[in-house]
Design a protein around this ligand. Structure first.
Ligand SMILES: C[S@@+](CC[C@H](N)C(=O)[O-])C[C@H]1O[C@@H](n2cnc3c(N)ncnc32)[C@H](O)[C@@H]1O
Length: 287
């Protein structure tokens, strides 16, 4: 298990990552005009997790297949699907860099907060392009701050860095890098200006508790003793800043999407990516 595995945090995930229903409906209505779901076509989600995104997509009419590397996240997803057996969602445990699907299997492939966690993210893009049908769509989605974080997690990282523990890089850092990579392979990238804002409130106590329970996979690189020292410093800072009765904290974000169209013609060898291992070709097993 990698240090940033979501297996450790799966039990807290849904309580700490929200998706605003109104903003989500706005996104889905926008997408339906561009890439309308068709019952005979499937969409693939890379890193489906507990289904935070796939559940509303499937409720809207998309037939979703999701891959994830984490057994525990997929177990949570199965729990949600047991309550919504009507939803057309299948899940397969797989690495996004080695997809177990035939070429051109999906009309649409999308990902949300995943490629920063994939060391071989270029290979994951090779694979995403390979399994998207010619002329099909890829979506880079971002729910920006879709978790109960405030500047406290930024402060956590800053203290960790000062103590000699800068956050290690895992996958790709910037979405622009992903889009530029896809453009170089001959894809058409539409940078969508519309976005769907959302607001929520949280409390200092909840954010501190989530940080203390190490709910954020990318912060799990900090050794336990250093983590305890960082938390003590953070608690002191919140007491000095907010006093004994901190007010509710406002959290705001936006759902954003970039729409990428795979070339209708065959991908050139360069566009397919040099040296990517051919994945084992099998059909996804039902959930
Ligand atoms: C931040 S969560 C996002 C989950 C979901 N997309 C959402 O927005 O709620 C990242 C997910 O990516 C999965 N993941 C990380 N590396 C992966 C890989 N190489 N292949 C497939 N899934 C991966 C994690 O297990 C986790 O479920």
């Amino acid at each position: 298990m990698t240090w940033y595995s979501f297996d450790r945090i799966a039990s807290h995930y849904d309580a700490t990552r929200k998706l605003d229903p109104h903003a989500t409906q706005g996104l889905l209505a926008f997408l339906a005009k561009r890439v309308a779901p068709r019952p005979d076509e499937r969409a693939l989600e890379l890193g489906i997790g507990t289904g935070r995104i796939a559940l509303p997509f499937a409720s809207y009419g998309y037939s979703v297949v999701g891959v994830d590397i984490s057994r525990e996240m997929l177990a949570r997803l199965r729990g949600h699907l047991a309550e919504r057996p009507d939803l057309p969602i299948q899940s397969v445990r797989a690495d996004a860099a080695h997809l177990p699907f035939r070429d051109g299997s999906f009309a649409m492939v999308y990902w949300v907060h995943v490629l920063h966690l994939v060391p071989r993210w270029r290979q994951a893009l090779d694979e995403a392009l390979r399994v998207t049908r010619p002329g099909g769509t890829l979506l880079d989605l971002n729910t920006a701050g879709g978790r109960d974080s405030t500047d406290l997690s930024v402060r956590y990282r800053a203290i960790a860095t000062r103590k000699g523990y800068p956050q290690p890089r895992i996958g790709v850092r910037r979405r622009q890098t992903i889009l530029a990579n896809l453009e170089r392979r001959g894809c058409r990238v539409e940078r969508i200006r519309t976005s769907w804002p959302w607001r929520a409130t949280t409390t200092v106590a909840k954010v501190l508790r989530d940080l203390d329970r190490r709910t954020y996979a990318t912060l799990n690189y900090v050794p336990p003793g250093v983590h305890a020292a960082i938390m003590a410093e953070l608690r002191g800072w919140t007491r000095r800043t907010y006093g004994p009765r901190p007010p509710p904290l406002a959290v705001a974000g936006r759902i954003r999407v970039q729409i990428v169209t795979r070339p209708a013609l065959r991908l050139s060898a360069r566009a397919r990516g040099a040296g990517a291992r051919r994945p084992h070709d099998r059909r996804p097993s039902p959930r």
